[in-house]
Design a protein around this ligand. Structure first.
Ligand SMILES: [Zn+2]
Length: 118
């Protein structure tokens, strides 16, 4: 799975005991889980309440957005202008993707804590 919320990293897998390529999956700036490419072992990162943490992070991202946009505009003005319409249009779809991941991940966390109920 390669989306812009997934990064690749060489990590030591606790299941197969080797350093292998892993998917590192985020929702926004929150780390959700890593998955070993070799044995598909998944390590989920514990969150108190993932939806709350995600919303907090989202608020922070929105608050600091103008500053981050300005910094990018100063650094690469041409690239910034050329990429702006696409970047703006991609935002809602990107957030929908993030929310989906947060929901999926929270459901998975609940299932593991309380295997009897679904
Ligand atoms: Zn592994």
């Amino acid at each position: 799975m390669a989306t812009d919320e997934t990064e690749l990293a060489d990590l030591l897998c606790s299941s197969c005991g080797r350093v292998t390529e892993h998917d590192v999956v985020y929702a926004g700036r929150l780390l959700l889980h890593t998955e070993c490419h070799r044995c598909h072992h998944i390590v989920r990162y514990p969150h108190e309440s993932l939806p709350d943490e995600y919303l907090e992070d989202l608020k922070d991202r929105v608050r600091t957005k103008p500053r981050r946009l300005l910094r990018r505009a100063n650094r690469h003005p041409r690239r910034f202008l050329a990429g702006l319409p696409g970047a703006v249009l991609r935002q809602p779809r990107k957030m929908i993707g993030e929310l989906r991941r947060v929901r999926r991940e929270s459901a998975e966390e609940r299932r593991r804590q309380d295997p009897g109920s679904t």
